[in-house]
Design a protein around this ligand. Structure first.
Ligand SMILES: Nc1ncnc2c1ncn2[C@@H]1O[C@H](COP(=O)(O)OP(=O)(O)OP(=O)(O)O)[C@@H](O)[C@H]1O
Length: 235
C-alpha cells in the first residue's frame, strides 16, 4: 500500500453571503498518495481552488476532516497551519508573484533562507531547466520562464506536497507544456506529491490519477496506467 499523504472525509465549504449560501464543497472524500501526480479537473466554480486551498492550509473547511500524514488539519490553529504551510507545502499559482527587483536566483533564495533543509537556489533552477537564467530579473524572462522560477521557488524547500492552481492558465499552449514538463520532472525526481488544477482536459494525460470535480463533489477518479509526457500532449 503506498504511503497516504492526505485523507479527506466529508469535506464541505459553505460561504455565507448574507441571504445566500454558496456550497463550494458538498462532501469531498479523497486520498492522495506519496509521490503521485494528480490532476484536478472541473468546470469553473466546481470547487477546485477551494479544495486545494483547504489541503494547503490556506483555508479551512466548514465541516469534515483533512488528515495530512496522520495530523488533523481541520483542528489545527493558525500557528500550526502557518508552520505546516511553511515546511510542508509548495504553492504555484496562475500568476507568478515574483519580486521584480530580485533576480531569478534571489527570488528562490527568499524561500531557501527560511527553510529547514533546502536545496540551493541553483539546484532548484537547474531542475526546472533555468540554470542559464539565474541572474535575470523577472522582466527579462518570458511568462513560461517566470512560472518555472515560481516552481523552483516552491520546491527549493523540498516540500512533501506541491499544490498548483492553474499553473498554465496565463500561458500559450507551447509554453504551458514546458511548464508542465518542469512539474513532471520535479514530481519524478523529488517524489513530491503534486496536485495540479486545470480546466484543460488534455493536461489530464500526464497525471497518475485524475479527479473530476463537479458541483462541489468528486464525481469520478480515473487512473492512468501510463501517464503521458507533456511533450506528447496537444491542445
Ligand atoms: N471567498 C469566497 N466567497 C464567496 N464565494 C466563494 C469564495 N470563494 C469561492 N467562492 C464560490 O465557491 C464556488 C467554488 O469556487 P472555486 O474557486 O473553488 O471553484 P473553481 O473550480 O476553482 O473555479 P475556477 O476554475 O473558476 O477557478 C464558486 O461558486 C465560487 O463563486
Amino acid at each position: 500500500m503506498p504511503d497516504l499523504v492526505f485523507r479527506a472525509r466529508a469535506l464541505t465549504k459553505t460561504y455565507d453571503m448574507g441571504e445566500q449560501q454558496i456550497h463550494a464543497l458538498r462532501g469531498v472524500d479523497l486520498e492522495l498518495y506519496r509521490g503521485e501526480l494528480v490532476v484536478l479537473l472541473g468546470a469553473s466554480g466546481s470547487g477546485k481552488s477551494t479544495l486545494l486551498n483547504i489541503l494547503g492550509g490556506l483555508d479551512t473547511a466548514t465541516s469534515g476532516e483533512v488528515q495530512y500524514s496522520g495530523r488533523d488539519l481541520t483542528r489545527a490553529g493558525d500557528r500550526e497551519l502557518t508552520e505546516y504551510r511553511r515546511h510542508h507545502v509548495g504553492f504555484v499559482f496562475q500568476f507568478y508573484n515574483l519580486i521584480a527587483s530580485l533576480t531569478a536566483r534571489e527570488n528562490v533564495e527568499v524561500v531557501t533562507e527560511i527553510a529547514a533543509h533546502p536545496m540551493s537556489a541553483d539546484e532548484a533552477l537547474a531542475l526546472v531547466g533555468l540554470s542559464d537564467r539565474a541572474d535575470h530579473f523577472p522582466a527579462q524572462l518570458s511568462g513560461g520562464q517566470q512560472q518555472r522560477v515560481a516552481i523552483a521557488r516552491a520546491i527549493a524547500k523540498r516540500p512533501q506536497v506541491l499544490l498548483c492552481d492553474e499553473p498554465t492558465g496565463a500561458l500559450d499552449s507551447q509554453t504551458g507544456l514546458i511548464v508542465l514538463e518542469a512539474l513532471q520532472t520535479v514530481n519524478r525526481e523529488l517524489g513530491t506529491t503534486t496536485a495540479v488544477i486545470t480546466h484543460n482536459a488534455a493536461i489530464a494525460g500526464m497525471a497518475d490519477r485524475v479527479m473530476l470535480l463537479s458541483d462541489g463533489r468528486i464525481s469520478e477518479v480515473r487512473v492512468n496506467a501510463n501517464p503521458q509526457s507533456p511533450k506528447d500532449i496537444h491542445w
